[in-house]
Design a binder for this molecule. Structure first.
Ligand code: FAD
Ligand code: EPU
Length: 298
């Protein structure tokens, strides 16, 4: 049997492309070139990174789902540290965990706070991913986006990056990003990574999409959910993690409907208003009233 080339769209279950392991079908377009991006963006679409901040509906999504292929997974000029700063252009499909490791090996500092974020660069920029040790905006200088049929460069400060938020131009697909890293020593970088790792020790290893809710100003959603006695609360196969209250874990075969019900129960029982950090794909406009579709073209 002949394998289907990546460039051809195919129906896939998004549960296989998201870390929560939940979500129905969509038409997947894997783009390796600008021409393929142009073809893929001719009908309404969404952009998928590593699927680590997504809750996709059981019925899937009607729009095309575009994923950047191997051609966008690269590390250009990423070598040993020297001089005062290192600018690198990286494809938006470059996985963050490998990048953080590689930077540590060569003694480049700036990405340590992103240890443990299972994203690709495009998704990490779109969410301005981070921890209290640092976020994507610390090192981001410039991006290349595919928008309105062509490639454009935008400075980082045009992206409105704030806590777990960006304002990309509507429909923009991040294709490459320019980061500025600082020379350090592998030992110093490793010491900082150890601090970040220690702060993550309370997080569960089971299937999740990270924290479900953003932290309210000055507090932690996980602490609030814990204080409300909700750890272990279960709907179907979806459970509020007994380890960290802001993680919903799929203990095997959870549905998106289970998870939405659980999120609603949490929101109803925690006194403080909680805003979703996850992106919800394929749900009605009222679901959790916080659905954001930054990369959805219409
Ligand atoms: P996806 O989830 O696939 O997509 C997220 C958004 O980015 C969507 O709007 C999507 O359309 C958009 N997007 C993706 N790629 C592109 C592109 N090329 N162009 C335009 N838009 C694009 N997050 C944190 O901030 N800090 C943490 O400490 C953290 N820890 C986590 C731990 C675990 C175990 C897990 C599972 C998740 C964690 N997360 C954390 C959440 C998640 O990893 C981040 O939100 C991450 O930035 C999502 O990136 P992604 O590549 O998976 O994007
Ligand atoms: N806490 C509890 N019970 C819990 C969880 C937390 O009491 O179940 C308490 C902790 O003891 C601590 C405080 O709440 O005093 C903060 O907890 P933690 O250090 O775990 O940080 P967090 O605010 O819950 C944030 C990010 C994480 C990031 C960590 C580490 C958000 C929504 N979450 O969690 O990011 O990894 O800090 O810096 O901002 C994500 O965004 O997906 C994510 C995982």
């Amino acid at each position: 049997m002949t394998a289907v080339p990546d460039a051809l769209p195919k129906r896939v279950r998004l549960s296989t492309l998201t870390t929560l392991g939940v979500g129905g079908e969509a038409e997947l377009w894997v783009a390796e070139t600008t021409g393929e991006l142009a073809a893929a963006t001719r009908a309404p679409y969404r952009v998928l990174g590593a699927g680590s901040n997504l809750l996709v509906a059981d019925a899937g999504v009607g729009e095309r789902v575009i994923k950047l292929g191997r051609a966008y997974n690269d590390v250009r000029g990423f070598g040993a540290g020297h001089g005062s700063a290192h600018d690198v252009w990286l494809g938006a499909a470059t996985p963050l965990p490998g990048l953080v490791r590689r930077a540590a090996e060569v003694g480049w500092s700036g990405l340590e706070g992103l240890l443990g974020v299972p994203a690709v660069l495009g998704g990490a920029v779109a969410m301005n991913a981070g921890t209290r040790f640092g976020e994507m905006s610390d090192t981001l200088r410039e991006v290349e986006v595919f928008v309105a049929g062509g490639l454009e460069r935008l400075p980082a400060d045009a992206l409105g990056l704030s806590y777990r938020h960006s304002s990309l131009p509507p429909g923009a697909v991040l294709t490459r990003v320019r980061l500025r890293l600082t020379p350090s020593s592998p030992e110093r970088v490793r010491a900082q990574l150890a601090r970040v790792d220690a702060a993550r020790q309370g997080q569960p290893k089971s299937k999740s999409a990270g924290c479900a809710f953003k932290n309210p100003p000055g507090d932690s959603a996980g602490r609030l959910i814990d204080a409300a006695g909700l750890k272990g609360l279960r709907v179907g196969q979806a459970v509020v993690s007994p380890e960290h209250g802001n993680f919903i874990v799929n203990i095997g075969g959870a549905t998106a409907a289970d998870i939405v019900r659980l999120l609603e129960l949490i929101r109803a029982r925690v006194g403080t208003p909680l805003r979703a950090e996850w992106e919800l794909w394929g749900f009605g406009p009222g679901t959790l009233k916080e659905v954001t579709c930054a990369a959805l073209s219409s």
